[in-house]
Ligand binder design. Sequence first.
Ligand SMILES: NC(=O)c1ccc[n+]([C@@H]2O[C@H](COP(=O)([O-])OP(=O)(O)OC[C@H]3O[C@@H](n4cnc5c(N)ncnc54)[C@H](OP(=O)(O)O)[C@@H]3O)[C@@H](O)[C@H]2O)c1
Length: 308
Amino acid sequence: MRVAVTGASGRLGRALIEALEAAPFTGPKGPIAWSRPEFDLDTLTVESVGALIERDRPELVIHAAAWTDVDGCAKDPALAMRRNATATGLVAEACVGYHAHLAVISTNEVFDGTRTDGQGYGPYDRRNPINAYGASKAEAERLASGAMFEDELMPLAIVRTSWLHGPPGNDFPAKIAAAAIRARAAGEPLRVVGDEIGSPTYAPDVAEAIVELIGEDELCPESELARYHHLVNRGRASRAEWAREVLRATAIDVQVEEVPASTWQRASTPPLWAVLEPTPLPSGEPMRHWRDAFADAVPALLRSLRQG
Ligand SMILES: NC(=O)c1ccc[n+]([C@@H]2O[C@H](COP(=O)([O-])OP(=O)(O)OC[C@H]3O[C@@H](n4cnc5c(N)ncnc54)[C@H](OP(=O)(O)O)[C@@H]3O)[C@@H](O)[C@H]2O)c1
């Protein structure tokens, strides 16, 4: 199975390449990494993606590239639509043209976050994004489905995840640790949003889960129109709970003051209930708890703090 990954130098992209390199089904040639500039969301066309597929002959394309700066997307929604939605539609058209299967990586932000029954969003809950990034990703899902089902049915997977962290850092834990060090130096508490709840998820775990699904032919089976997956670490946490876990793991002693998201000035409005209900994996085992996954990320976080 030849697998190509777009956005291969991003957080999830690099985890995917690493997991695919260890997967027996990718064979001696291994996975195909597509990054900028050969794969550029701003300039790609059906033809340019088709040329890459013709050159590298993937049977499956995992489209992980996206403009993930949610506040940037809020400031320029038209650019967000072009980079995240239109480009995904073009990638899907190219996949159809060359009979490649497609997995589109998506997000909890396609949901509005207003669910109040304590359950996570299920794969077939109604998309209702409340910000430009979520709208662009929801439209990406819609355009991919439209293209993949137009003439002939090409297998499609929509893989949603949330609150990703992991190498190369500069993620929520790294930002919290840096902010905590500044707060401690200033003798102030660390203010963290307490009413935004989600599923913190370790990118390498998502990559492993995708590899498991491919290996068992469960990512985008031929027999189905589209398979929706929610790949998140088990459990849930508020931003403040996650921050406390970061402070505990890094031994940074500073008081956390919980503040409501409504008082946090930012361009984008995040969905307050960002919890996804995990979908089953072939092994029958759920992905591990987010606290266990985060423990694996701590050594790299500590190393980066020590290096300043
Ligand atoms: N981060 C999260 O919390 C989260 C949550 C749910 C879903 N997701 C989804 O997961 C996927 C991977 O996200 P991530 O966390 O790995 O994000 P990331 O680290 O920002 O990676 C995004 C990738 O897309 C590439 N990219 C950005 N703009 C591009 C452009 N104009 N042309 C070509 N490539 C471009 C980046 O290339 P460079 O490396 O060259 O910048 C990078 O490789 C995305 O589809 C995202 O929507 C992320």
